[in-house]
Write a protein that binds this ligand. Sequence first.
Ligand SMILES: O=C(O)c1ccccc1NCC(=O)[C@H](O)[C@H](O)COP(=O)(O)O
Length: 271
Amino acid sequence: MSVLDEIVAGARADMRRRERETGLEVLIHRVRSMPPTRDAVAALLRPGVQVIAEVKRRSPSKGALADVPDPADLAAAYESGGAAAVSVLTEGRRFGGTQADLRAVRDRVGVPVLCKDFLVTPYQLWEARTCGADLALLIVAALSRGELVDLIGLAGRIGLTPLVEVHDRRELDLALSAGARVIGVNARDLRTLRIDRSVFERLAPHIPDDVVKVAESGVRGPDDVLGHAAHGADAVLVGEHLVTHGSPADAVASLLAARPAPLSVPRRVSR
Ligand SMILES: O=C(O)c1ccccc1NCC(=O)[C@H](O)[C@H](O)COP(=O)(O)O
C-alpha cells in the first residue's frame, strides 16, 4: 500500500464514522441556508502569480512542522501578507488538521478557502461545503475516472471550485478530459513523497490557456516562485515554507514581492 492509499483509507474510515452521526440529508439541508461561495478563480487570476497559503501542522514527509494553536490567526496573517486564498489541511491522522480549523479560517478571512483533504466521496464534498470551503481538492491519483467526473460535477453544482491535482501527463490528460478548470500540478509524488519542482515546467505547456495553473508543493522561497512564474503559473500553493517561517505575513509578502511585472492581458476562465 502506498502512502496515498493509506491516507485515503484512513480518510474513508473517518468519513464513515462521521456519516453515521450526521446523514447526508442533514448536510444538504444545511447547505441550502448557506451564503454562496467566494469566487476562487477570480482570486487566482488576479494579475501576477498569486499565493495560496496553507495551514499545515505536520506531514507524512516531514513529521511535525509547526504548532498552530489558532489556525484563524495564521490565516489572517497570510491574508494580511497578500495571500489570494488560504488552504486548510483538515485531515487529522497524518496532518493534525480538523474541520473546525476550516470553519474558523473561513469565518476570519475574506479570501477564498480551500478544503485540502483526501476527498473521494460526494459526502466529503458536501461536508467541505458546510464547513465553509470555496475550493475543494480532488487528487486524480486517488480517484477512478468515473469518480473524478462525478465529483467535479457535484462540486460545481454545490458552488465549490474543484482544484484537480495531477503529478504526471497521464493524470493531467485525465483531469482535462474530466472537465477540470483549475489544475494543481503537485511537485510531490504522493506515492514516494519525493519532490521534483521541474514537474510543473514539463506539464504546464500541455495545460490550455483557459485553465488556471497552480504549482503545488516544494516552494521554499522567492526563487521558486519566479521559476514557476516563468513557466506560466497563475498561483503557487505553499505550506511548509510559510508555517516554519517566523513571520507568516512577511513570508507571503516576500514571495509576492519577487514576482515579475504581470501581463496586462486579462484571462477569462469559467468557474
Ligand atoms: O506534505 C506531505 O508530506 C504530503 C504527503 C502525502 C500527501 C500529501 C502531502 N501534502 C499535501 C500537500 O499537497 C502539501 O501540503 C501542499 O502542496 C504544500 O506543500 P509544501 O509547501 O511542500 O508544504
